[in-house]
Each structure stands twice: as structure tokens, then as C-alpha cells.
Design a protein around this ligand. Structure first.
Ligand code: DAH
Length: 338
């Protein structure tokens, strides 16, 4: 085939190319090893010696010319295909978005996280103990002696003569002190169980235990920390007051009240007219408890507190029945979207 014929055929074929598939067939026909241009190159062997140079030059020119046209076509095809893809993938940004139902944390979980966040800011770690405890951790080593009323069948869910569903998170104190020597600064959150059920009690509820053991820990440390806690939790200018109380594992023991954040202390339905709301129990760790864990009570002292998380949640969100926190009523829970 003469060069002219090949060039004409090349042009005719090229103008018929419209997409990538045709382009690659076209490339194979002209540029591959068995392609027309290669064949032209191979034709040199049939050319008389004196014409070889001119022939070679002419084939080279055809090759450069053909490559240039091919490259142009390639760019054109690629652009065309890209535009077609853009067209196909166009998104109408003015369309309304699909509704995605998002979940939210249970109010108790939010409060638990919030409490941990506040105390973590004061350097507390978090430890979690088992929900099934033995008598030793839940009672005896916490100085709750054999005849104490909280051991009563009425209050405690006993599983065997020795095992029970923990009635409070305080056994976490024993487990932490067994595992680690002072300084200790730890929170123990968790579920606890008591045979009790009414508007403000449920057989399962949750507590947050706090324990600090170090040299020179006093009741002032307890009040200072709890002051910080209630200010962060209930926002604004709330105060705490300590009232004497009794727990076997603390001596002295206190009940901690917070000034009513609803009425500012003037007296309202939330604080039952007293201006104060009881929020937690605490005290100085009883020396007997420290000694039960092998901690020298002449060198170290400790503070402890137990926060009822449902109570804090109910106070904070104005919930009047504890059952609401466990019913899993979606309409109720939806209100707590963060
Ligand atoms: N364990 C107590 C309860 O369940 C709460 C409590 C009171 C925990 C005083 C403490 C504390 O650590 O010091 O009622």
C-alpha cells in the first residue's frame, strides 16, 4: 500500500473514531507492532539502497504526523468522555436531603459521662468492679457488720450464702485499695441492686463512687471537690452544705446538700421549701476500712463519696419518676437530644 493510500485511510478512520473503544482499535490498526505504520517501516527492506534514506525520512514524517493527529484525537475523546461522566454524575444540590434519624445518648449515660468528665478534670481515674460481689467486699471489709440492717434479705438480692448483687459501688473502694497503694484518686461507676421500688427507687440503679487516699486528706478536701462538682453539674452559683450522717465505712460521715438551683435557695417545690437538695453521701474513710486493705491509717487518710446517678439525672432534667429512666420509651428519650 502506498504512503498516500495509508495516510488517506488513516484520516478516514481517525475521523470515524468517537469513543475510547474505537480509539484503542484505531491505535492497534496503525501503531501496534503489526500496525500499518510499522509495516511501512518494515517496507524499507524492499527499497533500493540509494532510496532507503529518502524512504526512511518519509516514513518518519508520516509517523510524526500520524502521532500528532492521534494525540489530538485522544485528548478530544478523553475530554468528551469526561464531560459525559460529569453530566451523568451531576448532583442537584437544591434537592431536599434524605432524613437520617440520629440516635442520642440515654440521659443516664450523658450524666455518667458528665460526672466522669468533671472529676477527670480533678485527676480522677475510672475503675469498674463486678456486679456480682461477695459478702466480704460488699459488707465485711467495708465495716458493715453482721447485724447491720442493710444485710437484711429485704434489701439485698442474695445469690448464694456468700454471693450477692452488689448493693452499692463501695466494694469498688476495697478492690481499688487491694490493687493499688496510695496516692489513690478514683471513680467507680456502675449498676447496683436493691429490693426497692417506688417513684424514687428502682431495684436496679446506678451509683458513682469516689475515693481519694493520700497523706493529710481531710473533710475540707471532700467539701472542696464536691463544691467544684455541683458548680459544674448544676451550673451557676450553687453551694454545698454538709450534714452529719452515718455510714459504717466513713467516720465522720456526711450527707451533702446543694443549694436549690431552681429557686436559688428561697424554697420551691423541687427543694420542698427548704432551699436545699440532698445529692450524695460521703465522709472520711473509716480507719478500719483502710486497715482492712493493708493501708497504714497512721500515715494515710481518705475521703469517699457515693453519688446516686438517677437522682442527679432526675434533678437536672426535672424527671419525677425513676421508672421513666428504665422504660425505654422512645418518645421520652428523644427529648434528650444533645
Ligand atoms: N454506699 C452508700 C450507699 O449506697 C453511699 C456512700 C455513702 C458511699 C458514703 C460512700 C460514702 O463512699 O462515703 O448508700
Amino acid at each position: 500500500m502506498s504512503m498516500e493510500t495509508i495516510k488517506n485511510e488513516f484520516l478516514a478512520d481517525l475521523s470515524a473514531v468517537e469513543d475510547a473503544k474505537q480509539l484503542s482499535a484505531f491505535w492497534a490498526k496503525y501503531f501496534s507492532k503489526e500496525g500499518q505504520i510499522q509495516k511501512l517501516m518494515g517496507g524499507i527492506k524492499n527499497v533500493p539502497n540509494e532510496e532507503k534514506k529518502a524512504y526512511g525520512q518519509a516514513v518518519n514524517e508520516v509517523k510524526v504526523w500520524a502521532q500528532g493527529l492521534y494525540d489530538e484525537k485522544k485528548t478530544e475523546v478523553e475530554k468528551k468522555e469526561m464531560m459525559a461522566r460529569y453530566e451523568e454524575e451531576t448532583v442537584d444540590v437544591t434537592l431536599p436531603a434524605d432524613h437520617v434519624a440520629s440516635a442520642n445518648l440515654h440521659p443516664l449515660t450523658s450524666i455518667r459521662n458528665e460526672i466522669i468528665g468533671i472529676f477527670a478534670g480533678m485527676g480522677f481515674d475510672v475503675f469498674e468492679g463486678p456486679e456480682i460481689e461477695d459478702d466480704d467486699h460488699n459488707f465485711t471489709r467495708l465495716n458493715v457488720l453482721k447485724d447491720h440492717p442493710s444485710r437484711d434479705m429485704q434489701d439485698t438480692f442474695w445469690l448464694t450464702e456468700d454471693l450477692l448483687l452488689r448493693t452499692h459501688t463501695s466494694p469498688g473502694q476495697i478492690r481499688v485499695m487491694d490493687a493499688k497503694k496510695p496516692p489513690i484518686k478514683v471513680l467507680v461507676p456502675g449498676k447496683v441492686f436493691r429490693s426497692d421500688s417506688d417513684a424514687t427507687h428502682s431495684p436496679m440503679f446506678s451509683q458513682m463512687e469516689g475515693l481519694v487516699v493520700d497523706e493529710h486528706i481531710t473533710l475540707c478536701d471532700l467539701q472542696g471537690m464536691l463544691d467544684q462538682f455541683v458548680k459544674a453539674m448544676f451550673k451557676g452559683d450553687v453551694k454545698t452544705r454538709l450534714r452529719p450522717s452515718y455510714f459504717p465505712f466513713t467516720e465522720p460521715s456526711v450527707e451533702v446538700d446543694v443549694s436549690c438551683f431552681k429557686c436559688g435557695g428561697c424554697g420551691c417545690s423541687l427543694c420542698k421549701g427548704t432551699g436545699w437538695i440532698e445529692v450524695l453521701g460521703g465522709g472520711i474513710v473509716n480507719n478500719k476500712v483502710l486497715e482492712n486493705c493493708g493501708i497504714d491509717s497512721t500515715k494515710y487518710s481518705g475521703l469517699a463519696f457515693g453519688i446516686g446517678m438517677e437522682r442527679i439525672t432526675m434533678l437536672k432534667y426535672g424527671i419525677n419518676h425513676m421508672g421513666k429512666l428504665f422504660e425505654n420509651d422512645i418518645e421520652f428519650l428523644k427529648q434528650f437530644k444533645a
